[in-house]
Design a protein around this ligand. Structure first.
Ligand SMILES: C[S@@+](CC[C@H](N)C(=O)[O-])C[C@H]1O[C@@H](n2cnc3c(N)ncnc32)[C@H](O)[C@@H]1O
Length: 605
């Protein structure tokens, strides 16, 4: 798959095979300002084992790098979380980029196969990562031959070549133990902007570093007694603070503990202020994670969903009391609009003690015939890479008996966020029901108990109820608690709480103001294309005053219909796209990254 970098000059790639810590530090200090370190991969069945000596390896490195330095580290999840703790006091975290593995690594039935490794990106300067605008070519569904994403009525605001790059790279695949050329070339293009000239690749895969297990022991106060809650204690929604309410749940009584906490990003919840200091936030998180771990039965899984940066910190705490199972990358299919767009969430899975075999991997598929709302989605058999999510194409594939399912790994891309969805209720960040169907089907059996301590509008407990699991949900906001209660009553009266509906929503998952619902006298698309015409005339984006003078439509429409001037100019900034496959991918052919000969520097230099 190709990428296309605008106005950039690919950096010279200099490759050094590192044999000692001394050599790593020396090479880093000689380095021009972009440096990429490759850590050794883990062996088969070693994914829980961490490289020893990472602290020492990285301790002097940040100081050696120049003030404009960008540092990228490729590695296994367990190693990158540790590297982060060493680098973060000295360098600024920019991205966790997840890169698809060419070869999926299996570990047995107690965790999902590994389908990605990470590239951590840091800078020594304080502004956002300086890099070239980079696009990833569209992909086309083999059945309908249209783009794998449905761009709906916004095609005029997208580029003909592809989407802006995000922080999940699924269009290329490499193995950490194999040839990394494609992904290194992408970084060399991405960083091909002033002041960089060279990307120095410091390959540490020949370093002799042992791996050892991460010791996790729950607190000695935890009891070994397994508790079974009776029916009066389950299938309930608790209103209140999770730290208080979790205390009411006995030790070792829950089969699946889930948390989708507030991300501490200043979201507008009702009844809760999402803006603590980082230290306060993690102190608080550690407390409810400990509670979740306490109530979990041995062998069962606790799942915490968060942005990758916060997930690193959760990981470091969770590994002290639980056992690592998976770092699931949920590529939530946002449309990138900025430079590298963070588009994924981390779903951290840790078990209490050794994990049991995952029910969703080893059990016979259930027949869920009471699940009217779900037509085609088999929760634990995801869509195979390359197929689109258009309903008419899904139905056509079904009619044609085309197998469009792939194996479930720790890289998920076939579940959309509920951003502008008609299935949304009035909560700023509710999860997609399919995400919860998948997690609950994977980690539990019918009749088992699911707990969500940040239940919000009730996605988890509703999905659990629909899948015939018992549930307990805790929520601090009375509004959301009541919302979840009402939706549970809907299930009881045979109504799908996740149905599509015309609702007036006030809560929004973005700081951009919501525009009032209105009838458009002139369609927004027509206005945006008019601005594009004016931009072509002027040779640049027009100001509001210029549109006032040159547009054939009254300015009041521009003022009333759009949330920002940026949105007015959305079509003028780009070429517009078609969802059909172009006959010849014009630019792509010349812009494809070619393989190159890495310049080998003698390692003793
Ligand atoms: C990210 S949202 C969860 C949304 C939920 N997964 C859904 O799909 O609706 C976090 C929720 O946690 C709630 N919350 C915040 N602090 C809480 C606390 N101390 N105890 C319980 N709930 C809390 C917020 O009100 C919010 O509804």
């Amino acid at each position: 798959m190709a990428h296309w970098t605008e106005d950039a000059k690919r950096l010279n790639i200099r490759y050094v095979s590192i044999k000692s810590k001394y050599e790593l530090t020396t090479e880093a200090s000689l380095s021009s300002d972009a440096c990429l370190i490759v850590l050794p991969p883990s062996g088969h069945h070693e994914y829980r084992l961490r490289l020893r000596g990472l602290n020492e390896l990285f301790s002097d490195l940040p100081i050696q790098l120049g003030p404009n330095a960008t540092l990228i580290v490729f590695g296994e999840i367990v190693d990158l979380v540790r590297v982060h703790t060493v680098l973060t006091p000295f360098m600024r975290y920019q991205h966790w980029i997840s890169i698809k593995r060419r070869t999926v690594k299996t570990n047995g039935d107690d965790s999902l196969p590994l389908h990605h490794f990470g590239a951590l990106v840091y800078t020594k300067y304080k502004s956002p990562l300086r890099h070239a605008k980079t696009r990833i070519e569209y992909t086309y569904c083999p059945v309908c031959d249209k783009t794998t994403k449905d761009y709906g009525g916004k095609k005029h605001t997208y580029h003909e070549y592809g989407t802006l790059i995000s922080d999940v790279w699924r269009d290329i695949a490499c193995d950490l133990e194999g040839d990394l050329t494609e992904v290194i070339v992408r970084f060399a293009d991405l960083l091909g902007v002033h002041p960089y000239e060279e990307l120095k690749v410091l390959d540490c895969r020949q370093l002799i570093l042992e791996r050892s297990s991460i010791l996790s022991k729950g607190p000695s106060t935890w009891s070994n007694v397994i508790n079974q809650l009776d029916d009066s204690q389950t299938n309930q929604l608790m209103f209140g603070d999770c730290l208080e309410k979790l205390k009411q749940i006995p030790d070792n009584s829950v089969d699946f503990a889930f948390a989708d906490p507030p991300y501490n990003l200043g979201k507008q919840y009702t009844g809760y202020y999402d803006d603590m200091t980082v230290t306060q936030y993690f102190d608080w998180c550690d407390r409810w994670i400990t509670e979740l771990a306490r109530i979990l039965r041995p062998g069962r899984t606790c799942v915490v969903l968060n942005i990758p940066l916060w997930a690193i910190r959760h990981f470091l705490y969770m590994e002290t009391i639980l056992t690592f199972q998976n770092w699931i990358v949920w590529d939530a299919l946002a449309f990138p609009v900025r430079l590298i767009m963070p588009s994924h969430y981390t779903i951290l899975c840790f078990s209490k003690g050794n994990p049991r075999q995952l029910p969703g991997l080893v059990d016979e598929p259930e027949i869920l015939d009471n699940l009217r709302p779900i037509h085609t989605h088999k929760f634990i058999e995801p869509l195979a890479e390359g197929f689109c999510l258009r309903l008419n194409c899904i139905n056509r594939r079904k009619q044609m008996d085309i197998d469009d399912r792939g194996p479930l790994t720790d890289l998920w891309w076939d579940i959309h966020r509920l951003k502008h969805n008609t299935r949304r209720v009035d909560h700023p960040c509710q999860l997609a029901p399919h995400l919860m169907y998948r997690l609950i089907s994977l980690f539990t059996r019918p009749g088992e108990l699911v707990v969500d301590c940040f239940n919000g509008a009730g996605t988890t407990t509703l999905a659990a109820a629909q899948l015939a699991r018992k549930h307990i949900g805790i929520e601090i906001s009375e509004d959301y608690h009541n919302m979840a209660l009402t939706r549970h009553l809907e299930i009881q009266s045979g109504v799908d709480p996740f149905r599509k509906a015309e609702r007036t929503l006030t809560a929004k998952n973005s700081p951009v103001p919501r525009m009032p619902k209105q009838r458009y006298v002139i369609p927004k698309k027509v206005l945006q294309l008019e601005v594009k015409r004016i931009a072509t005339l002027l040779g640049r984006l027009p100001s509001r005053e210029e549109v006032l003078q040159l547009s054939e439509y009254p300015t009041e429409y521009y003022d009333r219909y759009f949330a920002s001037w940026g949105e007015v100019c959305a079509a003028a900034r780009t070429t517009g796209m078609s969802e059909s496959r172009p006959v010849v991918l014009k630019q792509a052919v010349s812009k494809q990254p070619s393989l190159f000969d890495l310049e080998q520097i003698p390692s003793n230099k």
